[in-house]
Design a protein around this ligand. Sequence first.
Ligand code: ADP
Ligand code: MG
Length: 325
Amino acid sequence: MSQNNAKQFDDLKRFEAKLNAPFQSLKTSFRRDQVWPFLMPNETKANIDKNILLYIEGLNLSFDGFKALNDLNLYINQGELRCLIGANGAGKSTLMDVITGKTQCDSGQVYFGQNIDLLKQDEASIANLGIGRKFQKPTVFEQQSVFDNLELSLKANKGVLPTLWAKITPLQQDKIQHVLSIIGLSKQAYQLAGSLSHGQKQWLEIGMLLVSEPRLLLVDEPVAGMTPQETERTAELLTSLAGERTVIVVEHDMEFVRSIANKVTVLHQGSVLAEGSMQEAQSNPEVIEVYLGEEAATPAPKVKNPIDKANNNKVSLIADKGVKI
Ligand code: ADP
Ligand code: MG
């Protein structure tokens, strides 16, 4: 073949390839072993091969120029019980808002396992992935029984309205009984939720999350307003939930944090200031400076109601450190 002919042949081949391209991709799409992208299931199972359930990297969020989250990095292991502490305004709730899809961040990454990009999901899909959040104020249906609250929550989670009127299956009934025993409300199952104590309502609300078998539980200030006995019981409850599930707790009551935390993360001005055991955090000069204040240096006298203690803590923070509340 002359050089001229060879070039013409190449051109012809290229032209043919170009003509065939759309048909090729069509052919590929129709291959029996090929799944069309739009038919591919959304990834719903977090890959935790590296034992990390939640990856947060370089998270930033500003409100009118104020950095609520500032290059925040946080890694939570599967089965961990992690406490998040920090003065009011440190960014704890905002962080939970971003993880649960309530608020969008400006930049950064949030992954559930190694594979699920939470920033690409909306609030409902994040909940469906197994991330449950308990807000500070309990929001139970006061006029319904404890059992009915759990039943409604179980059905509502299915996301299909007709199931609300369907009878629950024996399996679902067992699941509710199991959750009742975990939250310690088996005896109160047929009592109106409105008649429960504040602490019991908080446990019921945790139970309402548990019926949908979450992998990650985010709990915001669970013991505020609880009696010392209720606080102790909540510590036991949250500790028992970790392991099988992963739990992140935001709390102001340092005694409570001390009683449950293996590892605490101290947030300050939207960033992680320190991370480690409570003992390490307590002896970290920066943490003492911005958050723990004198409480860490000299243990405060025992206060009966932890909310008083939390408030004392806040007051001393304003007075001594000028930290924004
Ligand atoms: P924490 O839970 O640690 O007390 P937050 O996450 O609630 O702190 O708040 C962090 C900072 O971001 C605070 O200064 C708060 O005023 C601010 N902030 C939070 N949400 C908003 C919002 N929607 N608009 C403006 N500022 C906000
Ligand atoms: Mg908060």
